[in-house]
Design a protein around this ligand. Sequence first.
Ligand code: NAP
Length: 295
Amino acid sequence: MTAQIIDGKAIAAAIRAEIAQEVARMKEVHGVVPGLATVLVGDRKDSQTYVRMKKKACAEVGITSFGYDLPADASQERVIQLVRELNANPEVDGILVQLPLPGHIDEEAVLSEIDITKDVDGFHPVNIGRLAMKGRKPLFVPCTPRGIIELLDRTGIEIEGKRAVVLGRSNIVGLPVSMLLLHRNATLTICHSRTRNLPEVTRQADILVAAIGRAEFVRGDWIKPGAAVIDVGVNAVDDPTRKKGYRLVGDVKFDEAREVAGYITPVPGGVGPMTIAMLLKNTLDARKRRLGELR
Ligand code: NAP
């Protein structure tokens, strides 16, 4: 069997086009567009790149972005003060504090200050808490996990009653995607660095989500024939044939896995593009909620 490749780039492009249409409609009907504030503390190159990509994506769909750059030695109080100002700013629907923050700043203290109605990254403890509870609804779901569910849904992969195995239990990906799969009535197993006999567990998965950050760790014979494999990992491996000297690979050994799986996401071009698309969707949702169009 050769797996169907799930084209995250194309699915994300379709979602972005839908968002652009909704933003245009909002402007026509209400005379407003959603606004996203990005907060970048310090000068990490990767964080600068992510923030730049997010602002560009906003511009492409008609969402206004407001960028706030603070120096690496900015105090925790200064960052919190900025978050409070953004909470009070009516033009700002979503607040994104780019992680990781410099070591002297307590991440939870900052994220807890974000107004939960503007928490478009979905990392506020209240939103995560609601996500973890049965029958409660978070206002926002973290972007990468939301993107993974959207990929499954738009590919027509059923979740209910399926056996899902998630590799990784981070706050950003593994844990929230597990909660979402559970809410959708999958039978769930979460694996981590202390899990024993990992291949034995993964071979039971109808849906396998790999989010561990280990290059090509999951081999073809770890996969149940016909399974849907969602590869979240982004790992740089040396490649002298490339201009940059490296290439990006996932947590799954793609060439082996595609011979066994029913569906598989590539890296790059699978989950990655969905993350920013979901940030835009969360920002749109924030303004729709303020306009009374979304509960
Ligand atoms: P993380 O915070 O480092 O968490 C890694 C998780 O994997 C931990 O739960 C860890 O277990 C588990 N793990 C590590 N080695 C393992 C092993 N050998 N066997 C089983 N479990 C193992 O990473 P993350 O932030 O979740 O990111 C995971 C990957 O996804 C990274 O490659 C990251 O770059 C990528 N990512 C991609 C996107 C995107 O948009 N495409 C977004 C976010 C992250 P313990 O809990 O026991 O330590």
